[in-house]
Design a protein around this ligand. Sequence first.
Ligand code: UN1
Length: 511
Amino acid sequence: MSHEALAEAVLSRLNLNEVNLAAATGDGRWLRGSASFVDEDPASAKPLARIGRGTAHDYEAVVAAAEHAFKRWREIPAPQRGLFVRDVCEELRRQKDDLGTLVSLDVGKIKAEGDGEIQEMIDIADFAVGLSRQLYGLTLASERPQHRLMEQWHPLGPVGVVTAFNFPAAVWAWNAFIAAVCGDAVIWKPSPKAALTAIALQHIVDRIAARHNAEGVFTLFISDEAAAGARLAADPRVPLVSFTGSSSAGRQVSQTVAGRFGRCLLECSGNNAVIVDETADLDLALPAIVFGAVGTAGQRCTTTRRLIVHESRFEVLAERLAGAYKQIRIGDPLDPATLVGPLIDQRAVEAFNTAVAETRALGGQVLTGGMRIPHAGHFVAPTLMRADNAWPSVQRETFAPILYLMRYRDFDEALALNNAVRQGLSSSLFTLDMRHAERFLSAVGSDCGIANVNVGTSGAEIGGAFGGEKETGGGREAGSDAWKNYMRRQTNTVNWGTGLPLAQGIRFGLH
Ligand code: UN1
C-alpha cells in the first residue's frame, strides 16, 4: 500500500476526516489558521498532509482556553484528574497500532519504533495515573514550640510544551500527562514536521476530555513560523515552558523565559558516548552500540554519537561494527525488514553531508557509509568514521546516523573524552570491571544526566528522570520526582499555640 493510501486508511480509522487545522482549544473546537503548510512524508519527500498555520488570534484563543481550564482543573482532586489520564491511556492502548503507523508515516521512524513511541505514552500515562494518588509534601521539624512547618505542592498554571519532530508523541505525553495530574493545563506547540501526529492525538484527548470536565486541559497551537515558539516563551501567562530541541534554540527560549521570571524545563542537544573498556563483553556492546547509533536514523537526543574504545579492542570492534552495519536494511520505515528509515528532511541530509565532509577534510576516515542514498526520500547510509574528539564536527550534535570512533589508553583518558563536549545528556560504559563501573557512575565519572553500565545511551525507560547537564539544559522530565517541575512549592508555618516566638530566637519586645 502506498504511504498516501495508508495514511488515509489510518486517519479514517482514527475518525479524522479533516487535518488542515491549526489550533485546538481543547473543547472539541478547532481553528483553521490563516494559511497552510505541508507536512512531508520523509520517505518519499511528497506531501503527507496540509496543515493550518495558527494566527496570533488563534494563539490568544488557545491561551485563554488553557487559562480558563486551569482555574477549574486545579480545584479537582488529583486522583480524579488521574481518571482523565487513565481513560486517555485506555484509548492509546486501543489505537496503538494505528498511532504507531501514523508516527512512522509522519516522521519516518520504523514501525517498531513508532509503536514503541505510543508504548512510551502508555507507560507515562500509567505512571501519571499512579502519581495522581501520590503527590506529596513534607512535614518538617519546626524550631518553635507548638508550630507546624510543612510544604505543599500546588498546581502551577498553563504549561507550554514545545516538542521536536523526533519524538512527536512521547515527549508531549511525558509533559502533558504529568502536568495534567498536577492540576495544570497544557499548551502544546509541536514541531510543524510532525503536526499530523499532534492533530490525531488532540482529537483523541478532546473526545475524552468532554467526559471528564477536562475541556481545555490539553490545547494545541500549530505553526511553521519560528515566532510561534518565541511568543510562548515571552508570554507571562505561561509560568513554565518545557522545550525540547537544539541547544541554540533552547538558549533563546531560556533567556526569554528568564527575562520574565518564568520557569524553563530544557531538553536540548546531546552528544552521547559509549566507552568500551578492555574487559567489555563485545557481544553485549555491539547490538547496544548499533541500536544507539542508527536507531531512529540517529535522530534521538540520546543517539550514540561517539564511541571511545580501549586500544586493545579498537580494531576488532571497528571491524565487527562495520560488518554489522553492512547488514542494516535501509528503506521504507513501514516495511518490517527495515532497520533504518529516512532523515526528517532535506536540511537534515545536508547537515549529514556537511559533517561527513568536514570530518573527512580533517583526516577522518570513513569505515562504512558516508553518503546519501539515491532514493526519492531523505535517506543516508549509517556511517562509521574514525575521528578526533576535539574536531568541531565531533563536538556538535548532527541529527544523523554518524558514529565517530576514537581510541584510548587508560580509563581516566576515556572518562575525560566522555566529558569533553559541551553537551551532557547520556553516556554508557561497557565493562566487566566493577572498579571502572563504579568510577564511571561516581562524582568524578560521567558528567551526564544519564549514565548507564552495560546498557546503551538511548532507549531510557520512563520511570527515571530524563534529561542532562551543560548545554543539554538541566531539565528532568518523565519519571522519578520530575512532577515537581509542574507544581509550585509552598512552605507553610502554622502556629497553634498562644505565644508568638520568633525564629532565630529574635526578641522583638513591644513593652
Ligand atoms: C528524545 O530523543 O528526545 O531514551 C527522547 C530514549 C527515549 C526518549 C528519547 N526513551 O531514547
